[in-house]
Unconditional design. Sequence first.
Length: 110
Amino acid sequence: MPRRFLTDFELMILLAVLRVGENAYGVPVANEIEDTGGRKVLLAALYVALDRLEENGLVTSTYGDPTPERGGRAKRFFKVTAKGLNAIKETQRAFTALWTGIPQLKGGTA
C-alpha cells in the first residue's frame, strides 16, 4: 500500500490539536490554526476534515457534558492517536528531506 502523506490542512489540524491539548474542540483548534499558522479556518471545513481524520484513525473524539452556554449541546473533543502522530512525523521527514539542499532557501528571507 503506498504511503499517503498529510495535506497541509490536515497537518495544521493535527498540530493544532496537539498544541491545544485536552481542550481541543472546534473553536480552540480553529483559533490555534489562525493565530499560529496564519490561515483562516471555517468551522464547517474544520469539522469535515476532523471527521475524515477520525475515519482514517488519526484522531479520536469524545463528547463532554452538555453545557447551558451551548444550548444544552456537548463539546466534541479531539485527540491525536499514535497513528496520527506517526503520520505527522512521516510528513515532517518528507518535507525536511525535500527542503534540504535547496540553495534558494538558504539564508535570508523570502
